[in-house]
Design a binder for this molecule. Sequence first.
Ligand code: ZN
Length: 475
Amino acid sequence: MNLSQTLDAEAPGTIEADLLISGATVITMDGERRVIEDGAIAVAGDRIAAVGKRRDLEPLVRAARVIDGRRFVATPGFVDAHIHITGDPLTRGFQRGAKEDSWGDKLQKWVIPIFKAQTAPDERLAAQCAALAMIQGGTTCFVEAGTILQLDAVAEGLAETGIRGRIGQWVEGRAYDPSADQAALSREGIAILESEVERYPDAGGEARLAAWPLLVGHSTNSDDIWRAAKAIADDKDLRVSAHMSPRASDPEWFLAKYNRRPLEHLADIGAMGHRVMLTHLANIDRSEFDILVSSGAGAVHCPHAALQGGFGVSKLGLFPEMLDAGINLALGSDGISADILASGRLMASLFRDARADQFIFPATSVLEMATLKGAAAMGLSHLIGSLEAGKKADIVLHDTHLAEWGGPLFDVVEQLAFSAPSRGVHSVWIDGVQVLDVGRAILFDEDALLAAAREAGRAVIARTGLPNRTPWPLI
Ligand SMILES: [Zn+2]
């Protein structure tokens, strides 16, 4: 007798549901961090209707569809708290600059020209590719890094993928040239922020896609823009996100300009607070650390970006200390790896070695950062981050019948955080809508998308006229 037949034989239940995932091991991430063996999740509309033991739920739930979850581990969807969804996805392998180029040269002569060579359809495709990669890695919600050029095209493309996210148009309002009109640049930037949050309202977190006042950060935004972004976030209960201090160049710039370090300056101008989340923060000092603690601002660590970018986090990073101090530390991919659990593994491994302490960042912390802390950073804890009745039905099923899981589920959290491959992400629901099945997107044709992306990426590079520099001869 299969599970569907069992349920069909039941008397009318008291919970009407669209879906019942039955028999799975459910990592709830609820207040007690319950892990339910032989558990079940009922979904009605965009919400989780019930979570519990299968034996308790099955008699109560009358579901239109029942999934046998016995080979799966169910988790909340993961949160990527910092990702660039345009640009890189179409031209990832293209080398930006030569070895002898400085970081600034790479940025000005290669990275930015390639970025700006994108058309609206390119950005739309890139965003869809990024969404596909995230969904396939179990990420259901993201915060974009504030580097979108064509917001409307991107929003339209993302809507087709089913992903949850917060996006923002590129706003850069710093008059580096003394002859430029700083006030006019600030006004332009603020107008973009005001317009985007009006066009794509957050609706108290209920909107699947919405715009937030996201800033590129570093030194690129004037004080007026920072203040306006913060005021918009405070007024509408949104979040400001920005890059800050991956390298020493940000502190050096702020010290030269204001005689204050970046977070000191942001605190001075009223731009810190719990509605602000800052990404990287590899080069902060103790005074800035204390500002993070007292302001309630969130921190986002992108381990792949930090390590591949040579930020020096193993020596300078204060991420274990942030966790101890109660700073909300979330994980971001920065667009480099869409696999957020891999980011957590990398972070844990690095700091365990750097501090010669094998107990730093246990599996439980990694999973909390990938779910609850991502949700908290976004101010969406009431809606996502755990599998609990009443929350949004953002659910991931991980297939445990893979060699990497290594036998029985003795410690499912440890096995998921440190052993499970991202290819084990089998099914994903967002807002109660299934977006992935057996590892494949089901709302759109992923093969057609990737083919279009390959073609578009070649065209983007051709428009820049930049040479493709490969380390080995390409013959
Ligand atoms: Zn970034």
